[in-house]
Ligand binder design. Structure first.
Ligand SMILES: Cc1cc2nc3c(=O)[nH]c(=O)nc-3n(C[C@H](O)[C@H](O)[C@H](O)COP(=O)(O)OP(=O)(O)OC[C@H]3O[C@@H](n4cnc5c(N)ncnc54)[C@H](O)[C@@H]3O)c2cc1C
Length: 190
C-alpha cells in the first residue's frame, strides 16, 4: 500500500472514525411509495439513499432542496407544495438510484466470481455497459433542476396584474412589489 495511505491513517483521529453500511432504496419503492404526507416529507439521503458509484447522492440532495423550496413557495398550502415536490422528484430519484446500483453492480459484481457468471458479468461490463449504458447514465448527471427563484417572476406578474385590475394604495407601487419580490428571492437564494 502506498506510504501516503499509511500517513493518512497515522494522522487520523481514530475517535472520529465511523463504520456504516451502504444503503439504497428500491427504485420501485421510490416511484410508487408515498414520500409525502400532509406537510411532512423527506429529502436527500432520507428519501433516496443510493450506492456511491455515480457520485450523485449529494447532488440529488441539493436538487431536492431547490425543487422543494420552489414548490413550497408557489403552492397555496404546505401539503400542496409537498405533493408537487414529490411528483417532480420521484422519477428522477428512482432513476439515479437504479443507475448508481447498476453501475456499482457491474463494476464490482464480477470481481470475486471466477466461474461463468463472473465471466458473463465482465463481458457485459466491458462490451455493453461501458459502451452503451454508462454514457446514458453519465448524461443524466448533467441535470438542470430549474431556477430556485422562477416563481418570483410569476408572482410578480400575478401581483402586478392584480394591481392593474384594482388600483393599489399609493404607498403600494409596483416598484415596492419588485423590491419585496427581490428581497424574498435574495433570502431564498441564500
Ligand atoms: C465518502 C463519501 C463520498 C461522497 N462523495 C460524493 C460525491 O462526490 N458527490 C455527491 O454528490 N455525493 C457524494 N456523497 C454523498 C453525499 O455526501 C450524501 O448523499 C449527502 O451528504 C446526503 O445529504 P443529506 O443532507 O441527505 O444527508 P447527510 O449529509 O447525512 O445529513 C444528515 C444530517 O442529519 C444529522 N442527523 C441524523 N440524525 C439526526 C437526528 N436524530 N437529529 C438531528 N440530526 C440528525 C446528521 O448528523 C447529518 O448531519 C459522498 C458520501 C460519502 C460518505
Amino acid at each position: 500500500m502506498p506510504t501516503e495511505y499509511h500517513d493518512v491513517v497515522r494522522h487520523s483521529d481514530l475517535g472520529n472514525l465511523s463504520w456504516a453500511p451502504l444503503l439504497y432504496r428500491n427504485p420501485l419503492n421510490i416511484l410508487t411509495g408515498n414520500a409525502g404526507q400532509g406537510s411532512v416529507t423527506v429529502a436527500g439521503e432520507a428519501y433516496h439513499p443510493m450506492a456511491p458509484d455515480m457520485g450523485q447522492g449529494g447532488c440529488a440532495a441539493l436538487e431536492d432542496a431547490v425543487v422543494l423550496a420552489r414548490a413550497l413557495s408557489s403552492a397555496a398550502t404546505p401539503a400542496e407544495g409537498i405533493a408537487a415536490y414529490v411528483a417532480e422528484r420521484r422519477r428522477r430519484a428512482a432513476w439515479i438510484v437504479a443507475g448508481a446500483y447498476l453501475s456499482g453492480w457491474v463494476q464490482q459484481g464480477g470481481t470475486n466470481i471466477h466461474d461463468v457468471r463472473g465471466y458473463m458479468i465482465k463481458l457485459f461490463r466491458d462490451r455493453i455497459f461501458y459502451r452503451f449504458v454508462f454514457p446514458r447514465l453519465a448524461d443524466t448527471m448533467w441535470y438542470n433542476c430549474g431556477d430556485l427563484i422562477t416563481h418570483c417572476a410569476t408572482r410578480k406578474a400575478k401581483t402586478a396584474a392584480l394591481c392593474m385590475a384594482k388600483p393599489p394604495p399609493k404607498s403600494w407601487a409596483v416598484s415596492s412589489i419588485d423590491q419585496a419580490c427581490n428581497n424574498a428571492c435574495g433570502v431564498l437564494a441564500k
